[in-house]
Design a protein around this ligand. Structure first.
Ligand code: NAP
Length: 248
């Protein structure tokens, strides 16, 4: 058994820890988007594979027997490539995919399918907006330059922001409810733009928005091809042939 874990999420790190602890053979793959890679114990590789065919070549060359797609639910390109490459090489694939956040009572969500619709859903008049969507997706908000944006990135931006009024916070999650409440209060946030990533690490901003009665423009997940999926580490470990109950 030699697994490839497509990572970049907190769930992927927990899986890598469990796999390393149990002595299973695996390689952890980072896209290499952040400068400081989060530490973990498995052997790693960094950078794209060169599309689905590049990933298929990698699987063959490295003798990969199992692929776990533990990428972010919005990392649709990598997930599609994994489906294609695993089909081409006959390699079993499992997605470790956290469930989306359900809308709770008191949530004021405007649900939209993509970033372009999120831009269109912002009010016309100037507002203070917490743009909690990651730096790769902010360019489209340049079409609404009247707003005061608060952004949070893992690394400081290396390019100018696409709008004149942007306040960047550099921090890596998970984030706690009290801190999110304080962030929104201290900056006078009126709107939040978020993606329905699911999981616990990003949930606090949604809970804080509900507490403050703020509208959240919630971007839904991209559509992906059908593939086997698990929501828990324990399920993935079982699938990898490890029979111990991890209680995860
Ligand atoms: P994406 O659009 O699906 O991926 C674009 C390309 O980046 C892929 O086609 C692949 O390049 C490369 N890539 C992505 N994930 C990779 C991985 N784990 N290992 C090796 N190559 C990878 O993905 P993205 O949205 O840019 O996300 C990039 C990474 O950041 C992912 O690992 C994801 O888990 C993590 N992340 C993303 C988000 C998000 O909001 N999208 C949030 C948190 C973490 P090739 O085609 O050349 O193989």
């Amino acid at each position: 058994m030699r697994a490839l874990i497509l990572g970049g999420t907190s769930g992927a790190h927990l899986l890598a820890d469990a796999v390393a602890r149990e002595g299973l053979q695996a390689i952890y793959s980072y896209a290499g988007r952040t400068r400081a890679l989060a530490e973990q114990q498995l052997p790693t590789r960094v950078g794209g594979f060169g599309g689905a065919s590049g990933l298929a070549d990698y699987i063959r060359k490295e003798g990969i027997t199992h692929v776990v797609d533990a990428t972010h639910p919005f990392a649709a390109g990598m997930s599609r490539n994994a489906v294609e490459a695993c089909a081409a090489t006959g390699t079993p694939l499992m997605a470790l995919e956290r469930a989306p956040w359900p809308k709770a009572s008191g949530d004021n969500w405007i649900e939209v399918p993509d970033v372009a619709s999120a831009v269109a859903a912002l009010p016309g008049q100037r507002a203070r907006v917490f743009l909690a969507i990651g730096r790769q997706h902010i360019a489209a908000f340049g079409a609404r330059p009247q707003h005061a944006y608060t952004l949070r990135f893992v690394d400081p931006p290396d390019e100018p922001l696409p709008f004149p009024d942007g306040d960047v916070i550099v921090a890596r999650g998970p984030f706690a409810f009290a801190g999110e409440l304080e962030l929104m209060r201290s900056r006078g946030i009126e709107w939040i733009v978020a993606r329905n990533s699911g999981g616990t690490g990003g949930r606090a901003k949604i809970d804080a928005a509900r507490e403050l009665g703020l509208p959240v423009i919630m971007i839904g997940r991209p559509a992906l091809p059908d593939r086997p999926r698990a929501e828990s580490l324990a399920e993935v470990m079982l699938w990898l042939g490890h029979r111990t109950c991890l209680g995860a």
